[in-house]
Design a protein around this ligand. Structure first.
Ligand code: ADP
Length: 667
């Protein structure tokens, strides 16, 4: 008796579980085909043993499906002035970047506010309600009215792309409305719905120009597809093919926080997905359920977490996407980003389509050239190149210090940073194009002040931070000006590199010894850089006369070129003229100036070709105390667009030919 009772309880439990599952599917707001699939799956589960693995997998799957935000959207705030305000309060400077973001938003606002409008006319309240709910979820603007008279007067005031009208209504009926629309607003499509469908009425309505004639009870899926078809026939379908913004630049230049500000200005949820190191396609598209421990991909997981079908998703560090493992994550991402395909994106775990067409994607990257070409093709790149000392100071005083003060609980008696103290932090304790380290250092100072105040039990006296105090807070000076400290030498030239973290100073050392004409290259140099060294040497060997080199027996010498900081991989052609300068200095025994930095590709005939990252290089040079910079003449355009406040700190020389620069570098 007892065991039978137990058995009954288990059956009851299972029954309730299946019932609750079914209800959750019905309440989830799924699209009709998906709901049908889920209900079938529930049905299947009800027939298998709850103790089987298959049951657990199926149960988890349906619960996951039902927990997704089907049709739940935040309302877009389409207000350009508000967007400008949000961008300005959260970010100092960046005028051009903000302007481009605003242009981008303006286009989006125009497109979104031009959403298709639909008028539903029916004297049955439930039909109006159901249609409004269904069509709203598709992104259309829907108005509902219960009589023909109201409809005619509204049509006089507003344009609708589609009118869905009941056929039988008191006084003014559907056919009258159809006639009125077809003679006055021919571009509006009319769909007639009726509970009293006969072949004659249908033929009548269609010959009078209605787009479709649908019998009640209405299948929502039929309504959806009919509306979609009507709009696409008129070439009115909502254009989702906007390009995707991609912020590129060194770390800490504000890429993520700009994305967050855009989400705030549009009133969308913000999601950041880091793509660094994602090697498996399944990370994007999910695992199939047959796989043990299967999970949906990151996109679906995050959409579920944020409970909205139209968030702003920031695909962070898209240049670090790997593809060495299984499948190709870049191809999966391409599908996610393609408006043709993402309307019915299929995650392997979900195994049913989920509409991503309302998601706004923004990508970030440190280096554009590392982005897979098909992805890059979809992006509109906005470059953020790093901040000058003055800009860092301004941002620190206006944004970072107030934020750090608040986070350290010092709002009641905020510490006062003197300008010189901040300069010491920027110069001696950070070396970066962006602001991450500076933010950390300011936060560290504030935390130490909090501790001091609590220890002394005195929170009333604000503390003033002077330059001399900085070493107490942050320890000894971490960065030194390489150039100011160093002596000029023979065979040692200064170059400028452009890396993921911004501009950098590099030194090239060249020396020669008795040997057999070998060129030795060390310092973790990449293939391209090795080739530039060979090209530089060949140019010099073939131009000994014009370069005034003393008679040198190259075949009896080994030449060694080394680039210090051997642990860091270096590559690219832009060190060509720097290597050449070190070699000419070595052979002519003329001393090389350390405060002159060079960047340019060298050809075998001595011509200097343009290079990238000019602004980052200039910023790094001025921070390191370089007085003169030598760049290719073809980079003049890049130099001219740089702010005067940056250019005023250094002397810039441009040249087309190696022979023109020798006297500027060698003493
Ligand atoms: P990234 O994504 O480029 O690595 P973040 O957006 O994380 O950089 O920025 C690092 C920090 O610097 C953030 O706290 C951000 O708010 C701040 N920041 C960056 N640029 C600016 C700016 N122009 N004005 C104010 N704060 C900024």
């Amino acid at each position: 008796m007892k065991s039978l009772f137990k058995k009954n309880t288990a059956i009851d439990q299972e029954y309730h579980e299946i019932k609750a599952l079914k209800q959750s599917v019905l309440n989830a707001g799924m699209t009709e085909p998906t709901r049908d699939i889920a209900l079938k799956e529930v049905d299947r589960l009800s027939k298998i043993s709850p103790s089987s693995t298959e049951y657990t997998i199926g149960l988890n799957h349906i619960e996951y499906l039902a927990s997704l935000p089907w049709g739940i959207r935040t309302d877009d705030k389409l207000d350009i002035e508000w967007a400008q305000k949000v961008l300005d309060t959260e970010h100092a400077g960046l005028h051009e970047v903000k302007e481009r973001i605003l242009e981008f938003l303006a286009v989006r606002i125009l497109k979104l506010s031009g959403r298709h409008s639909i008028l539903v006319i029916d004297d049955e309240e439930t039909t109006c309600k159901n249609l409004k709910y269904t069509l709203n979820k598709e992104g259309y603007q829907v108005e509902t009215l219960s009589s023909g008279e109201e409809a005619l007067s509204l049509l006089e005031q507003r344009h609708f792309d589609i009118v869905i009208t009941d056929l039988k209504m008191k006084q003014i009926d559907g056919l009258t409305i159809l006639n009125h629309i077809k003679s006055n607003y021919p571009s509006t499509e009319v769909i007639i719905i009726t509970g009293y469908a006969t072949v004659d009425t249908a033929v009548d309505a269609l010959t009078k120009g209605s787009y479709q004639f649908l019998a009640k009870p209405l299948k929502l899926e039929t309504i959806r597809s009919t509306v979609k078809k009507a709009l696409s026939q008129n070439r009115l379908a909502l254009d989702n093919s906007t390009t995707i913004l991609c912020f590129s630049g060194p770390p800490g230049t504000g890429k993520t926080s700009l994305g967050r500000a855009i989400a705030k200005s549009l009133n969308r949820k913000f999601i950041r997905i880091s793509l660094a190191g994602i090697k498996d396609e399944a990370d994007i598209r999910g695992h199939r359920r047959s796989y043990t421990g299967a999970l949906p991909g990151r996109i679906i997981q995050e959409i579920r977490r944020c409970e909205s079908q139209n968030p702003l998703i920031m695909l962070d560090e898209i240049d670090k996407l790997g593809n060495e493992f299984k499948g190709d994550p870049a191809a999966a991402l391409l599908e996610v980003l393609d408006p043709e395909q993402n309307r019915s994106f299929i995650d392997h775990y979900l195994d049913v389509p989920f509409d991503l067409s309302d998601v706004m994607f923004i990508a970030t990257a440190n280096i554009i050239s590392a982005i897979p070409a098909p992805l890059l093709d979809r992006f509109e790149v906005i470059h953020l190149s790093g901040y000058t000392h003055q800009e860092k100071r301004h941002i620190a005083f206006n944004h970072m210090i107030p934020k750090a003060v608040k986070e350290s609980g010092l709002t009641k008696s905020p510490p006062v940073f003197s300008e010189q103290a901040l300069d010491v932090i920027i110069k001696n304790h950070t070396r970066e194009a962006g602001l991450r380290d500076l933010e950390r250092k300011i936060a560290a100072v504030c935390r130490k002040i909090s501790l001091k105040m609590v220890r002394n039990n005195d929170t009333s006296q604000p503390i003033t931070i002077l330059p001399d105090h900085i070493s107490d807070y942050l320890g000894p000076k971490k960065y030194f000006s390489e150039v100011a400290q160093a002596k000029n030498r023979i065979g040692l030239s200064t170059g400028l590199a452009w890396t993921q973290t911004g501009g950098e100073i590099i030194f090239i050392e060249a020396t020669a010894m008795e040997g057999r004409g070998q060129l030795i290259l060390t310092g973790s140099l990449g293939e391209v850089m090795k080739e530039s060294a060979q090209a530089a040497l060949s140019y010099i060997r073939s131009h000994t006369d014009s370069l005034n080199l003393p008679d040198t027996r190259f075949d009896k010498k080994d030449i060694h070129i080394h680039v210090p900081a051997g642990a860091i991989q270096k590559d690219g052609p832009s060190a060509g003229i720097t290597i050449a300068a070190a070699l000419v200095s070595l052979f002519t025994r003329r001393v090389c100036r350390r405060d002159v930095a060079l960047s340019g590709e060298l050809t075998l005939s001595g011509r200097i070709l343009p290079v990238g990252g000019i602004k980052e290089k200039i910023l790094a040079a001025s921070e390191a105390g370089i007085s003169t910079l030598i760049f290719p003449e073809k980079n003049l355009g890049d130099i001219q667009v740089i702010n005067d406040s940056i250019l005023s700190q250094v002397n810039i020389i441009t040249a087309n030919d190696l022979s023109d620069i020798i006297d500027h570098v060698l003493l």
